[in-house]
Design a protein around this ligand. Structure first.
Ligand code: HEC
Length: 313
């Protein structure tokens, strides 16, 4: 899998999910030593309102979007989902796809075999135009830098009406949209930047860096330590911060939730290596995101012990 990963098209409960995820992510980000060198701001989609009209603020906000700075996405409206169920589908080559001139999106489009390319000028003030045209029906799909796509999806109200796929390898964001290092630092404190990352995450978009998978054979030698209630308790905290938004608070699966599977049962079936493999690589075909870079090996073992303990009750 090097081209991209299908995701689910969301149809209902989007707002509630987004809010729940926003809260979960915020807590997770502040608890994750790898990811939060500074206190992450609360993710607030409402703070993105009107952002597309504020050209001067856009580069700082987009440059501050965590995790997705090197990711380009293919955005496909539901009316074309049949032709483009994934970025690898032959139908993608028949779509008229918008990209912004002078950005890596042009190379991305060629890399996945698109020939009917419409180039838009890269202008901060009209940066959302490709997605506006997708919305209006004059364009079949667009390939955009992920932070811009996330903002435009929020602002144009496309939430739940489009599928978003990571395409191709990590590439730098367009310099005029991502601001400088100082801009990124300022943007990292923007609630809108955090909301964009959440929007992308909940849409199942993988950060491009995560497309390379961890091999199961590299994990086979791993064994969890002996059961330790303290470790399990820490695992419970990690679980509620990172996994609960999909797998249910305290690992009680919600039949109507994002992941109805009961993990307290799953851990009785999986080896520790298998469990670690799924957490690191995710199950993209089932919308379980890879959590490499989000949780440490130590935290995975803590969560494993926690789930084992919960399963015994
Ligand atoms: C964004 C949502 C999301 C998050 C966050 C998430 N998962 Fe998942 N997970 C899923 C979905 C969806 C599935 C597939 C459910 C199914 O098979 O029906 C899944 C499946 C799994 C499975 C396979 C279960 C089985 O029996 O097949 C494991 C193990 C798992 N997740 C562990 C975790 C752990 C541990 C965390 C936190 C560190 C986590 N997940 C975070 C959505 C998520």
């Amino acid at each position: 899998m090097d081209r991209g990963t299908p995701m689910t098209i969301r149809t209902s409960g989007i707002a509630a999910l987004a809010v729940a995820a926003a809260i979960a992510c915020q807590v997770a980000a502040s608890a994750s030593p790898q990811q939060a060198p500074q206190q992450a701001p609360p993710a607030d989609p409402a703070s993105c309102k009107g952002m597309l009209g504020q050209s001067a603020r856009i580069p700082a906000v987009l440059g501050g979007v965590p995790r997705y700075g090197s990711t380009y996405v293919l955005v496909v409206p539901q009316r074309n989902a049949g032709r483009a169920p994934s970025p690898d589908a032959p139908g993608v080559k028949t779509l008229k796809i918008g990209v912004q001139a002078g950005t890596p999106a042009v190379d991305v489009a060629r890399a996945i075999g698109v020939t009917n390319i419409k180039e838009y000028p890269l202008d901060v003030a009209t940066a959302a135009q490709p997605l506006q045209d997708v919305k209006d029906g004059s364009l079949d799909a667009a390939i955009l830098w992920a932070p811009l796509a996330g903002l435009a999806i929020i602002e144009l109200g496309l939430d739940g009406q489009v599928s978003v796929f990571t395409v191709d390898k990590p590439r730098p964001g367009p310099s005029s949209l991502r601001g400088g290092a100082a801009g990124a630092a300022a943007g990292a404190a923007e609630p809108c930047a955090a909301a964009i990352a959440d929007e992308l995450e909940i849409s199942g978009v993988l950060p491009a860096e995560l497309l390379a998978t961890v091999e199961i054979r590299d994990l086979l030698a791993r064994r969890p330590g002996p059961f330790d209630p303290g470790v399990a308790r820490q695992g419970g905290e990690v679980f509620n911060q990172v996994c609960a938004k999909c797998h249910g608070q305290d690992a009680v699966a919600d039949p109507k939730g994002l992941a109805p599977v009961d993990l307290r049962m799953s851990v009785t079936r999986f080896s520790f290596a298998g469990f670690t493999y799924i957490v690191l690589n995710g199950r993209p075909e089932k919308s379980m995101p890879p959590l490499r870079g989000t949780v440490t090996d130590e935290q995975i073992e803590q969560v494993y012990q926690y789930l084992k303990a919960r399963g015994r009750k």
